[in-house]
Design a protein around this ligand. Structure first.
Ligand code: ADP
Ligand code: MG
Length: 683
């Protein structure tokens, strides 16, 4: 059999089980073999019965000193064995396992693995239930590590184990990415051995080595994939290259109404270094909303212009593009720099003009949306490409902008979703990173509160008070349509309730993704112009406009959002000089979600929140896996495996350049990621 054969051809797998396996993501033999345990129970530690604690899972060992069989009213057998280990006696309980009675003989030694619970009516005494394994007359040392798999109905752990055994018997060869020399250098096992050990560990040491090997391989494959994608965009064009800062950059700097913060200066220096170097800049500029990234971007654009290049600035939405355009026009009004705006909603005449000016170079800085990467758009001498909120654009889109130039432009990517270091290394391993950690001076930190729905009246009164003082407010809701199964608040019904109720004398707007684009635009503009005082909306405002006059945000159903997203939302307020307030309303009393929301109350630093969110929810949740094109990791953890990641990166670069093991690597990639691979490689 081959690794890409379907498991249904394995002995013991009928159509029903094949279906159940599919629910675990197991279709092929390779899927099966790489369905790694989510943990192991260590059966080498034996707890004395006297020390057992309710609620734990434990191993005990002792002598059977009594057996009892009972029948419940609905004819369920309860089999109880009393185990004595010299420290105390405990009862071990099996339900409906009548056949065990023959095995459990008075006086025999037994080893048991199961859950310790308070005995029913036992006045604080414990018993053992959910016995997952036991051994009569165990040898001196019982099995050390027993794998624990995530299971679904119809698939039992024992069956999975048998299946693994069958599959390993069928498969003698598993492609291996690493030559003996590399294995030696990085301390890796052969792939087959590593996989086998993970399912059938002999001891702690070999298990650790096997895990290391597979984590290394997984991170290696991701890196290799990125390199592969990147290389398909390499061109032989000359790199854009700038000289040291001259008078134009100086002029723009002096026009800024403030001094750059330390972090901004450091980022700006990094950018200058890259732009002046013979290589192309590939830099990620990250910092909280409002930390002052755009200003740094403006300086970079001025530098490109000073050196005779054009600069392009790509924003994820029309509203944002417009806003940046206005900011730049304002900031550069005393210079000779020409700026254009290219979005989908221009009149055809405006559109034609800007395309022409971009093509012949009279427009030096172009701000736009996706419209910038249309085929019609060309540049006379594009030297710098800046994309804002990078996670909405993939490598491919960036590369397409780059293709529009006679030279290879520098690229700067800006994001307000701080990316934990492991993530940057994995997915932007080829980028240098500048981080703006501290907000410009004089900002009042947003005060954040977690409240229950009972506090709504008070909250609304508070909003009214703020509106009377001249400020504006947001109410953010998670969903559009009402759904029976979840008690989430729907934006439309909240709007009805508020606009016709307590806020009936206040101009309110309703904003959600299903509205036509022009209508959305209009509402956003009315809010920005202070014509609307209260905006009731879904998360479409997440990367929305800058309305410094908005001082309150209420987030309904806050538990439904990830921390990163809550933080992004919160970043819409606190942009002016007034004290701002973010009030999260949550129904959910779940401890985990309360813990997350409490973090929001306590932590205002986006970087710290991002790390915390990654820890609590995993990387897929953090970004939304689709958005990021991040495949599910089978074994590696972006949080814990930073050290391995670094080695895997180095190794991937080496193999990629030397074309080492190319064939085997591609085989593994195809086996492991199947059609998904194309997706994640392209992001
Ligand atoms: P970001 O792009 O990171 O969201 P912006 O560059 O738009 O942040 O800056 C947010 C606000 O802070 C703007 O109004 C900007 O003028 C102001 N700002 C930026 N840098 C400074 C600074 N060094 N000192 C004072 N204000 C600043
Ligand atoms: Mg910004």
């Amino acid at each position: 059999m081959r690794l890409d054969d379907e498991v249904k051809y394995l002995k013991g797998v009928g159509p029903k089980r094949a279906q159940a396996l599919k629910r675990l993501g197991i279709v092929t033999i390779y899927d099966l073999l790489s369905y790694y345990p989510k943990g192991y129970t260590d059966q080498s530690e034996i707890t004395p019965i006297a020390n057992l604690e309710a609620g734990t899972i434990a191993n005990i060992r002792g002598r059977i000193c009594g057996i009892k069989e009972q029948m419940t009213r609905n004819r369920l057998t309860i089999l109880t064995a009393f185990i004595d280990d010299g420290t105390d006696v405990i009862s071990a309980i099996w339900f409906n396992k009548k056949f065990l009675k023959e095995k459990l003989r008075h006086g025999t030694n037994i080893f048991l693995h199961g859950k310790i619970e308070y005995a029913y009516g036992g006045q604080g005494r414990c018993c053992m239930k959910n016995i997952t394994s036991f051994e009569i007359d165990p040898q001196e040392r019982p099995v050390n590590f027993v794998p624990v798999y995530a299971l679904v109905e119809g698939i039992k752990a024992k069956f999975l184990c048998e299946l693994m055994t069958n599959a390993f018997a069928e498969i003698s060869q598993i492609p291996d990415a690493f030559s003996p020399e590399l294995k030696n250098r990085y301390g890796l096992l052969a792939k087959r051995e590593a996989m086998y050990t993970l399912h059938f560990p002999k001891n702690k040491d070999s298990l650790a080595k096997a895990r290391y090997t597979l984590i290394f391989e997984e991170l290696f494959l991701l890196q290799y994939g990125r390199l592969h994608i990147k290389s398909s965009y390499v061109s032989d064009k000359k790199n854009a290259r700038c000289l040291a800062n001259g008078s134009l950059v100086e002029q723009v700097t002096s026009l800024l109404p403030f001094h750059l913060t330390k972090d901004q200066q450091k980022a700006w220096q990094g950018i200058c270094r890259d732009m002046e170097a013979p290589y192309c800049m590939q830099r990620l500029l990250q910092g909280d909303v409002g930390s002052g990234k755009t200003v740094v971007a403006l300086l970079a654009l001025a530098k490109a212009v000073e050196n005779g290049y054009q600069g392009a600035f790509m924003a994820p939405t029309e509203i944002l593009a417009q806003q940046h355009y206005l900011t730049f026009v304002q900031m550069l009004k005393d210079t000779n720099i020409t700026i254009g705006l290219l979005t989908g909603s221009l009149s055809s005449k405006e559109h034609r003009q800007i395309i022409e000016a971009t093509a012949n170079g009279t427009c030096q800085i172009v701000i736009g949306t996706h419209a910038l990467i249309q085929d019609k758009v060309s540049f006379s001498n594009l030297g710098l490409v800046i994309t804002d909120e990078q996670h909405r654009f993939g490598i491919e889109q960036r590369a397409r902008l780059g293709e529009k130039s006679c030279c290879q432009p520098d690229t700067l990517i800006m994001t307000a979703t701080p990316i934990p270091r492991t993530m940057t290394l994995t997915f932007y391993g080829d980028l240098s990173v500048s981080s703006i950690y501290h907000l410009p001076p004089g900002r009042k930190p947003i005060r954040t509160f977690l409240r229950t729905p009972q506090a709504r009246d008070k909250i609304y009164q508070f909003i009214l008070g703020q509106i009377e003082k001249g400020y504006q407010a947001y109410v953010v809701c998670p969903l559009i349509a009402e759904s029976d199964s979840i008690k989430a608040v729907c934006v439309e019904s909240i709007y009805e309730e508020l606009a016709n109720g307590i806020f009936k004398d206040v101009p309110c707007g309703l904003l959600h993704g299903k509205l036509p684009a022009e209508e959305k635009e209009q509402i956003m503009q009315d809010f920005a112009a202070n014509k609307l005082k209260l905006l009731i909306s879904t998360t479409v405002i997440e990367v929305g406009v800058n309305v410094p006059n908005a001082s309150v945000m209420v987030i309904e159903g806050a538990e439904r959002f990830g921390l990163a997203q809550l933080h992004q939302l919160r970043g819409r307020i606190g942009r002016g000089s007034a004290q701002s307030y973010c009030i999260m309303v949550s129904y959910n009393k779940n401890e985990n979600s309360q813990q997350r929301l409490k973090l929001m109350e306590e932590v205002s630093d986006g970087f710290a929140l991002a790390e915390a969110d990654l820890k609590l929810r995993g990387p897929g949740q953090f970004f939304g896996s689709l958005q990021h094109g991040l495949p599910d990791l089978k074994i590696a953890s972006l949080l814990d495996d930073l050290a391995i990641l670094k080695r895997a990166r180095e190794c991937a670069a080496y193999c990629f350049e030397a074309h080492l093991g190319e064939e085997a690597i591609k085989k593994i990639i195809a086996l492991q990621y199947k059609e998904d691979f194309a997706k994640f490689m392209r992001n």
